[in-house]
Design a protein. Structure first.
Length: 192
């Protein structure tokens, strides 16, 4: 069977120059038109030319490769940010270790050392008793502590202590809590 393009060309030629073709050639061309095309063969030829062959396993491999690449880059980015974050200075480590030992011996919760937005040293007390917070602040400022309030070991707070703030500013912030009354007298931090 001749191709469709070939038949179109023959029709054009036949219309332009009908004397050029014999009756037998015209009959052969008409017989070609009467033949039933092989649809399966035509479909396979079309599929080979126009439909890309993507096997399912190749598609999954591509997705897996992209996922692995994204996870790898994410890990590298997190490691880079983490390695560029400054750690505590030796003085901060010394203060933290002494106050953390005191807190851990009295309470199961210890402050978490961190840095604020401006790079200042800060401790985060999360679910820590008032007496533990007061002891850490008193030790940092080299003060004695006087616990006059029996509930100080029962009250638990979330408090962020910025060490760059003055002792008076820290006490004012803590006194904003309803059941807290702190004061400094005679080199003592008093919890009332």
């Amino acid at each position: 069977m001749k191709t469709n393009d070939h038949n179109k060309q023959l029709f054009r030629d036949m219309q332009e120059e009908p004397d050029k073709y014999s009756d037998q050639e015209i009959e052969a061309m008409m017989d070609d038109l009467d033949q039933v095309p092989d649809v399966d063969e035509a479909w396979q030829q079309f599929a080979r030319q126009h439909i890309p062959s993507v096997r399912p396993m190749h598609a999954w491999r591509k997705v897996a490769a992209v996922l692995i690449g994204v996870l790898t880059l994410s890990g590298i980015a997190i490691a880079a940010v983490w390695s560029l974050t400054p750690g505590p200075s030796p003085k901060e480590r010394e203060v933290y270790s002494s106050t953390a030992e005191d807190s851990v011996s009295k309470s199961k919760h210890s402050p978490l050392l961190g840095r604020g937005a401006g790079g200042e040293a800060s401790y985060v007390f999360d679910n820590v008793t008032l007496d533990s917070i007061a002891k850490d602040i008193a030790a940092y400022h080299h003060l004695d502590i006087d616990l006059q309030n029996g509930q100080a070991s029962e009250l638990r707070f979330y408090f962020v202590w910025n060490q760059d703030e003055s002792l008076q500013e820290v006490i004012e912030k803590l006194n904003m809590f309803e059941q807290v009354n702190l004061a400094v007298e005679d080199r003592k931090l008093i919890v009332r």
